[in-house]
Design a protein around this ligand. Structure first.
Ligand code: LLP
Length: 430
């Protein structure tokens, strides 16, 4: 839960507001974003990682208001599409404080990023090297870049969100020599300023061992570049991926502990290699926005299903589902849920919170003990839905993507409105 969330007489309150009254205005499903919590997490990273540049990974959740908060909290912003760049510029984030990611940026996207003065483009392939070199030569605008490397690490997370093993699409392999070759070509190009190496090992990671192995390999390459090409690259990015608590089973690290661990690892390696510590940066997304948001649903139907062995499971269907939270279906992710609108003394029963979409995998929360008298009209809140839920939301079954309501100090503001039928049908040309 976000830090201002509390239950009062059975009603969930966030940001000093009663959630039932709040959603009576905006309807459900709705994402409720605790602005104070978001800002506090951003500030905690900035303070714990003093001396680093902290980039908020906008892919976790981005809108203009959030980009503004990031700017106000003194963070940098990482985008990974032309439209995310548009949002960042619209929020007047200084272009020099924007990083641009992606494994398949088009020449048009790269040109716009370079002309806008983006602080760093993270280069991911030889085709992109060629595109950047020719755009920088042709426009005369310097391109500031980093080289994304694959450190060959097996991060302990879901396969789809692990990114540092060899057999996946991101980065230049260190082991094959591609990373060194990309660096060599970029250093030789006129008008291209290579800022450093970049490594991101995956997402929802709890154990710093993966970061340690990656840092060791990336710094070895950094030292080899200094040795053989005579250039000590000024920067190094260690990526994001810091895990959060989705349920009480998860025990995430704090920004302070992460900062201590990462700094110790890098300083130790640099000492051993006899090189200066480069300017470091990180890119947390989930750890800043994930816990700051919850999703509020209205219960529509309740059904009891017999399980093998005589037990039962209660299926509570809510008015959203995999269109507003695909993570359970896609990554087998765990979430929790709570009754958010009233007190209940009914004994808890094993419940599965499911959506309203046309497939059995449309599950929001796999297992939760909820009061046995949950009924249509009740509100259910699912915490920690800030990261990769609204940003990965879909229009499956022509669902209208829910709004994001920011709450703070007893005030609420819709920062992303609910889609309308007209929004959706505007692209349907009949
Ligand atoms: N930097 C890079 C280069 C990334 O690719 C990512 C995430 C991040 C930073 C931020 O990672 P975070 O701190 O948020 O874990 N949709 C998946 C996660 C995909 C992550 C993609 N890259 C999920 O819902 O778990």
């Amino acid at each position: 839960w976000s830090r201002t969330a509390e239950k009062l007489d059975g009603e969930l309150h966030v940001g000093g507001l009663a959630v039932p009254a709040l959603v009576a205005n905006v309807n459900t499903p709705a994402y409720v974003l605790d602005e104070a919590d978001f800002r506090a997490r951003a500030a905690a990273f900035r303070e714990a990682f003093a001396g680093y540049d902290v980039y908020y990974a906008g892919k976790a959740f981005l809108c203009t208001a959030v980009a503004r908060w990031i700017k106000e909290e003194g963070l940098f912003l990482d985008v990974c599409s032309d439209t995310e760049l548009t949002v960042a510029l619209r929020a007047e984030v200084e272009p020099a404080r924007i990083g641009y990611h992606g494994n398949n940026k088009t020449a048009m996207e790269l040109r716009r990023a370079i002309i806008s003065g983006v602080g760093r483009i993270i280069v991911d392939s030889f085709h992109e090297v060629d595109r950047i070199v020719s755009i920088a030569a042709e426009t005369g605008v310097p391109a500031r870049v980093m080289v994304r490397v694959t450190a060959g690490v097996e991060a302990h997370t879901h396969e789809y969100i692990a990114t540092a093993h060899e057999d996946q699409k991101f980065g230049f392999s260190i082991a094959s020599g591609d990373a060194f070759e990309a660096v060599r070509r970029l250093l030789a190009a006129p008008n291209v300023e290579l800022r450093g190496l970049h490594s991101h090992i995956g997402s929802q990671i709890f154990d710093s061992a993966g970061f340690e192995v990656a840092a060791r390999r990336v710094l070895a390459l950094h030292a080899r570049i200094a040795d053989e090409l005579g250039i000590e690259l000024p920067e190094l990015d260690l990526g994001g991926g810091f895990g959060i608590a989705y349920t009480s089973q998860d025990d995430p690290s704090t920004p302070e502990r992460l900062a201590t661990d990462l700094t110790r690892i890098v300083e130790h390696e640099c000492r051993a290699l006899g090189i200066d510590v480069p300017r470091l940066s990180i890119e947390p997304g989930r750890a800043i926005v994930g816990p700051a948001m919850c999703t509020v649903y209205t219960v529509g139907t309740v059904k009891e299903v017999a399980l093998d062995g005589g037990a039962t499971r209660t299926y509570v269907s809510v008015d959203g589902g995999m269109s507003d939270n695909i993570r359970t279906a896609l990554y087998d992710a765990d979430y929790s849920a709570t009754l958010a609108s009233r007190v209940s003394d009914a004994p808890a029963v094993l419940t599965r919170v499911v959506g309203k979409h046309c497939e059995a995998g449309d599950i929001v929360v796999k297992d939760e003990f909820l009061p046995g008298d949950v009924r249509p009209g009740d509100l259910i809140a699912v915490p920690a839905t800030g990261a990769y839920c609204r940003s990965m939301a879909s229009n499956y079954n022509h669902a209208l993507r829910p709004p994001v309501v920011a709450v703070k100090d007893g005030e609420s503001r819709v920062i992303v409105r609910r889609e309308t039928v007209d929004d959706l049908l505007a692209t349907d040309l009949g």
